[in-house]
Write a protein that binds this ligand. Structure first.
Ligand code: HPA
Length: 245
């Protein structure tokens, strides 16, 4: 039997209602517990393990998530590839609210997060090759899944990851624009780098739920609310159309 696919849900994907024969697995790791129980089940005929990164009741803000425990727990559950869902703000014109984006690059603006399995000196130091932070084959598969679901996903994009929990200032977004960021989120790092350290093939399917600070016409939170529900449905459709490997 092939390895189950890990799915990390974010604000845009708090649960996977489509999961069949689902059961919760308790997980413990040397780094502490993951955000919540791992939910194992079948999705479109594939075995998957789902984890909501903000935990039960959405109580964990982006900077307080135990990213190491989450990645380690998924790896320990036998997962070899991970699809990460994310709600993001749109910076480039193409990243309009409601659009799906499968980013191919990352710029990390986070600070103070435990960002490596070797951070405490208890795991061997690895200088992982992060030239391509997302797994190209997993990205291709997500792109095909979006097409199969009739959704027009942007197949490339630079994902700027900020510290949060506050949203950005307009000047910060202008700087990110100059840096070449297409979308902005708060949870993409160190998750992607830890997945690389753990040897997992990791890709992200982001849904743009608002224009980033200073770029939209209205209030950001109202826009987020408007787009979140549809975004969640779109992500569900992509994941049921195909789950990478
Ligand atoms: N900035 C950062 N993270 C986000 C945003 C944003 O505008 N929207 C959704 N997640």
């Amino acid at each position: 039997m092939s390895a189950p696919v890990g799915i990390i849900g974010g604000t845009a994907l708090a649960e996977l209602a489509e999961l069949e024969d689902a059961r919760d697995l308790d997980a413990h790791t040397p780094y502490g517990p993951p955000s919540g129980p791992l939910r194992r089940g079948r999705l479109a005929g594939r075995e998957v393990v789902f984890l909501f990164r903000h935990g039960p009741g959405h109580q964990l803000p982006p900077h307080a998530i135990n990213y190491r425990a989450n990645i380690r727990a998924l790896a320990d559950a036998g997962v070899r590839s991970v699809v990460a869902a994310a709600a993001v703000g749109g910076i480039s014109d193409a990243a309009d609210a409601g659009r799906l984006v499968i980013p191919d690059q990352i710029i990390d603006y986070t600070w103070g997060r435990v960002h490596s399995f070797s951070a405490d000196g208890d795991a061997p130091l690895q200088h992982v090759d992060f030239t391509e932070p997302y797994d190209p084959a997993a990205r291709d598969e997500l792109q095909r899944a979006a097409e199969a679901a009739g959704l027009d996903a942007l197949g490339t994009g630079v994902h700027g990851v900020t510290q949060g929990p506050r949203l950005e200032t307009a000047a910060e977004i202008r700087r990110m624009q100059r840096d070449g960021c297409d979308i902005v989120g708060m949870t993409g790092m160190p998750e992607a780098a830890l997945a690389r350290e753990a040897g997992l093939a990791y890709a992200c399917c982001a849904v743009v739920v608002n224009r980033a600070a200073g770029l939209g016409d209205g209030a950001i939170h109202a826009e987020i609310e408007r787009h979140l529900r549809n975004g969640m449905q779109a992500l569900g459709r992509v994941l049921t159309a195909a789950v990478p490997r």
